[in-house]
Design a protein around this ligand. Structure first.
Ligand code: FE2
Length: 303
């Protein structure tokens, strides 16, 4: 629950539950997900879609063989059916076309119920409740890492390019109920001004961030996986270099979430941030900040 600007508690999405990816090479992703990222493959559906685990959830990623090498959909979680209905009502009231998920669609996602809609840039989005969790089959990484920080903070975070900054800001704040953490304003070139907004919906500093770029070749800029240990990040940094996995940005520390991370290039061309040690948001004392640099140190390279 978040409080709106009048101080009234409003229902919000609670975490990033899952992401759907559309890729050309699912086999390549299975190998990359397991042997580089440390995600656990958890079988495929008859259409060839691959499930990847990172915790007790049946999956956090569905990798579809649909060839776009981009984000396919976003899966936002709410607490239960009542919250799902309230979110559907709020979206419809704002003029968003909302489709209830069929029972077959809920089964395919391994959730109890869902709704589907598009965000202001047309990014396919879903809100669901009741994910399948398998505590009886504990997560086991194929790599010797201590694991991922998820729980109430969800899968991690992701960054997308949007068509219209202000419309998207209104949508994620006032309809999905997320809160602004901060802004990063910077100039990638002398004549170009870029504004990035970061939103949270739980103690994770940001779950979604975006900047405006209407004709971006891919929606997805990167997603972030947070590790339990700095050694997991360092060992994976070494592994990328020995196995010649392209590193888009070297080790560094971000200004806003204080994450120590590096960025690696996926087989689909977008990036993954692999990080540790982010600070968390306490909504009772958090104040929005503005930054003009992305990193305190490091992160050399280009995204
Ligand atoms: Fe990030």
């Amino acid at each position: 629950m978040a409080a709106n600007r009048e101080g009234i508690r409003m229902i919000s999405v609670t975490q990033l539950g899952y992401l759907g990816l559309s890729v050309r090479d699912v086999n390549g992703w299975e190998q990359f997900g397991a042997q580089v990222l440390g995600l656990q493959p958890n079988g495929r559906d008859p259409d060839g879609s691959l499930f990847l685990r990172m915790d007790e959830y049946h999956h956090r990623f569905v990798v579809h063989p649909t060839g776009k090498d981009d984000l396919a959909y976003i899966g936002w979680e709410v607490a239960g059916e009542e919250e799902l209905e309230a979110m559907a009502k709020r979206l419809k009231h704002a003029g968003v076309a909302v489709t209830p998920g069929t029972s077959d669609e809920a089964d395919a996602r391994r959730v109890a119920g869902l709704i589907k809609f598009g965000d202001p840039s047309g990014i396919p989005s879903e809100i669901f409740y009741g994910p399948l969790v398998i505590f009886d089959k504990p997560f086991q990484s194929p790599r010797p890492i201590s694991g991922f920080k998820t729980g109430e903070q969800g899968l991690g975070h992701f960054v997308v390019w949007v068509d219209d900054f202000d419309r998207s800001l209104h949508f994620y704040r006032d309809l999905l109920g997320m809160r602004i953490s901060d802004f990063v304003n910077f100039s990638p070139a002398p004549e170009v001004k870029m504004r990035v907004v970061f939103f949270h919906c739980n103690p994770r500093h940001h779950t979604i961030a975006f900047a405006q770029m209407p004709r971006a070749s891919k929606r997805l800029h990167h997603f972030m996986l947070q590790l339990q240990s700095l050694d997991d990040v360092g060992a994976t940094y070494d592994l990328c270099q020995t196995q010649e996995v392209p590193i888009a940005m070297k080790l560094g520390k971000h200004t806003n979430d204080h994450m120590v991370s590096f960025y690696l290039r996926t087989p689909s061309g977008f990036n993954i941030e692999y990080g540790w040690g982010a600070r968390e948001v306490d909504d009772s004392i958090w104040q929005v900040q503005v930054h003009t640099a992305g990193s305190v140190w490091g992160h050399q390279g280009s995204l």
